[in-house]
Design a protein around this ligand. Structure first.
Ligand code: SF4
Ligand code: SF4
Length: 154
């Protein structure tokens, strides 16, 4: 599992994403939506809570152990429709939160997201973002350490 995860993270890095920086200065998201769709095309298969799964429907989901994810084709989420989310009102919390991450209680953002702007301060409260460990439910501390070494820009 860790190798599949590493492969997708390295692929995301090659696409310019997963360049996580501490959000210590005014930052906001001005999403380019269908003109971009880089996150949905590259970060693939977000984790889904049981409540979200009920709204999305089992035909779009897969299970790994006790964790639920959207299905993907390669690194593209299978729910992407012509550059837009096909389940936008019900999209998983990780999709709603992107490009923000809560890493050990500190707010980070993906500086590779083309919609990131620095002209206004629209950073969310870190407590409103799920811990980043949630995205890797089957990855131990060594795996998470490797992922943070790859993704965090200091
Ligand atoms: S990568 Fe950023 S700008 Fe592009 S669709 Fe995702 S959130 Fe929007
Ligand atoms: S569920 Fe929607 S927003 Fe989330 S990755 Fe898939 S297409 Fe994108």
């Amino acid at each position: 599992m860790i190798w599949v995860l590493l492969k997708s993270v390295i692929k995301a890095r090659k696409a310019g994403l997963m360049r996580l920086r501490p959000a210590t200065q005014p930052t906001r998201l001005d999403c380019l939506a269908a003109a971009c769709a880089k996150c949905c095309n590259t970060l693939g298969s977000p984790r889904v809570t049981p409540q979200e799964a009920q709204a999305i429907g089992p035909e779009h989901l897969c299970r790994i152990g006790d964790a639920i994810f959207t299905q993907s084709q390669g690194s593209t989420c299978s729910l992407l429709r012509e550059g837009l989310c096909g389940i936008y009102p019900y999209r998983p919390s990780g999709c709603r939160e992107y490009p923000w991450y809560n890493i050990h209680g500190q707010l980070y953002y993906d500086s590779g997201c083309p919609g990131i702007k620095y002209d206004l301060d629209e950073r969310p409260q870190v407590g409103s973002i799920q811990p980043w460990e949630n995205f890797f439910p089957h990855t131990g501390s060594i795996g998470r350490w490797i992922l943070s070494k790859i993704c965090l820009v200091r």
